[in-house]
Structures are given as C-alpha cells and as structure tokens.
Design a protein around this ligand. Sequence first.
Ligand code: PMT
Length: 405
Amino acid sequence: MLNNKKILVGITGGIAAYKTIELIRHFKKANAEVRVVLTPAAEAFVTPLTLQAISANAVSNSLLDPQAELAMGHIELAKWADLVVIAPASADFIARLRAGMANDLLSTLCLATASPILLAPAMNQQMFKQIATQENLAVLANRGVQMIGPNSGFQACGDVGAGRMSEASEIFQAVCEHFGYSQDLQDLTVTITAGPTREAIDPVRYISNHSSGKMGFAIANAFAQRGAKVNLIAGPVNLVTPDKVNRIDVKSAREMAQQAVEFAQKSSIFIGCAAVADYRMAEVASQKIKKTDGSDELILKLVKNPDIIASVANLSQNRPFTVGFAAETQDVAHYAKDKLKRKNLDLICANDVSGGQVFGQDQNSLQLFWQNSEKILPLADKTKLAETLAEEIITHYRSKNKENK
Ligand code: PMT
C-alpha cells in the first residue's frame, strides 16, 4: 500500500514509544521504507537495536556522529524522507519544533526537511492542557504541520484525560490517507474466492486448471487497502496473503462451497473469482489407479460440483451483493450475460481467456455486465485493474442499497 514510500520515524522521550514499534511494523508490512531517528530521551524507552531490527535500517541518534555523517548525513536524511512522522511527540519536542531549534538530530532534520511532518503528541494530560503546549500546537498547525491525537483515557502516570498517543493503527491510517489511500470501506465485509480448485482422482492425481489466484488476490488487496474486512477463500496457489486479509485455504470445490456460503452470509459483498471445477470424480479411488495392459482408454465418471456463486446469489437471507467472473474462450459477451441471468448475479466480469492470455498472467482486461449496462476495463496490471474494479463494485453496491431503502 505504501509501496516504496520513504518514511522517517522520529521518536522522542515518552512511555508511548513502545507503540511506535508496532507502527513501524505496519509501515514495513505496507512496503514502506523506514528510517528511525531517536532523541537522547527516547533511548530511555526503546533501544536502537530493536528499532534497527524492526525497520531493517541503521538507526540514527546523534547529530555529531562522524560515522553517520559519512553515510547518510542529517541533510541527506532530511531530503530522503517523503514524510516525517514523530511518534510520540513530547511537549518538550513540540516546543523546540515551534521555536525552530536544532539542538539534536531530530529537531535539525525537521528544520532541514521540505517534506510534510506528522506529529502524534503524547504527554501528561495537564501538560497537554497547558496554554504553552496548546499555543505551540496551534502555531505548528498554522505552519502546516499535521497532527493526530492525542486520545483521552487512562495515562501511565495514573491521570485520566487527553494526552495518550493515538494507537499505531490510527497513525498508520492517517499516513495512508496522507498518501491518498483512503480507508473509506471500514464498515464493509467482503468475501472473495480465488485460484483453482483441485478434485482428487486418486491419492496421487487430481483435476484442476491454470488459475494462479493473481486476479482474486489483487481484488482482496484492493478492498483491504481501503479498510474493508476481507475474507479470501483460496484454492491451492503459491501467493503471499495480502496485508490485513483473512485467508482461508481450501482444496476442492465442495470445501470452497462450504466456506464461501458461510462467509458470504456475514458479508456485504461476495466476489467469485475462483476457477471452480464444474465436475469432480463420482468416486475418488482409494488407491493409485494402475495402467491396464488390455485397454488404451481409461474412462472416469464425473459428477457435477455445487455451483458456489449461484448458491450465494440465491440465499434467501443475508444475500450479499454478488459479483461473478466469466472465463470464456469464445462469444464472451453472450456467455457472460447468460451467466449473469442464470446465476442471479448483480454483476459479472467477463474475461477472454483464449490463447492463455489471462490465466497466470500479470495483466488482464475485463468487460463488466450489469442487468442494464456494461463497461470495459482496459488491459492493465491485475493490481491496478483490481483497484478500478473495486471502485465499480462499490459504486453499484451503494446505489443498489440506496434504491432498496
Ligand atoms: O487466477 P488468475 O491466474 O489470475 O486468472 C484469473 C481468472 C481467469 C481465474 C479469473 O479472472 C476468472 O475468470 N475467474 C472465474 C473462472 C471461472 O471459473 O469462470 P466460469 O465462467 O467457469 O464460472 C462463472 C462463475 O461461476 C465464476 O464466478 C465462478 O467462480 C463461479 N463458479 C463456477 C463453477 C462452480 N461450480 N461454482 C462457481 O461458483
């Protein structure tokens, strides 16, 4: 989500510094590059070694360190950052920042940087209430310094009031929003199926297809990035689970059906992107099937699998907004429209899979069909395409909800 964004995390002296370790973990999981700068007081609360391990970069703590100035000196560090996040920001640091002081590495960096600064203040409630602190914060806000928190509640010193540093997840969200990633789908639960299913023939063989799961995983990621709770029911694939996604691994269509119907009923939106095997063995052989010398043929008897998306779309209670996919090699629009009607879907996303152009590839294009309209999403990386598709789904989901009210 924060792919290659360069975030300089400044930590000042305060008990809340322990929460910053969690914050850095969030940044790293979202693929940001993180460098940490500690004030001398911060070192009483967290160690450079821990922060070096979590951020995967050397930690800076001294303005006049000849070794550090040889490598990434303080001016370089100030230029490097896309965003400076100071968490916790103590009353003392806020006062020094307002005064424009440069008497340690962090305050010098703040003076030397042209990048935006986000402060997460944390201090005793009385210190926070003081006119001096309030004035300092107001002046900084006027200069364009961004703030998050503090929260109210019990404090480490025993007081109750405003002064607790915002939670790591709240600061992470503020940073995502700063970079234009909105967390507007926090009230939504979305369930997505992805990848192939595997239908056993005997203990060593199975029937499956070429789905890699890339399309479905990209959709899961697109929704999770915007704060939705995402359940991803995945067939056997070789992909890393996107951040903040609840992944449920399954193998066969029947296993997928069981999980999908259960999760769908607790979801606002269901998206069937999995390439589900339409048929399975009537009976799975208990031992490896042997080659017989007498015949050149082996006939396998197959029976129909449950149609997962049709079961979801026909739920009599708690039916989610239901989106299907159609993988076609000919007459794409015709077959897709037929599936839209037959399976009782709200939307179908058709892709032309002829000539191996979608399965396992990094790019795709889609033709979307609703009951009364259609739209083309042109060829793009599956990640980008999934973001556009998520936006389309949300728009139609919201307008359907409005109509039903
Ligand atoms: O995984 P990738 O390599 O990235 O490839 C992406 C993809 C090609 C798998 C994906 O874009 C796609 O098209 N997925 C649907 C594939 C498919 O099975 O299409 P279908 O036309 O056979 O099925 C129509 C719809 O019914 C699909 O939503 C499917 O999930 C669903 N279905 C099908 C059979 C079944 N028994 N139960 C179902 O729910």
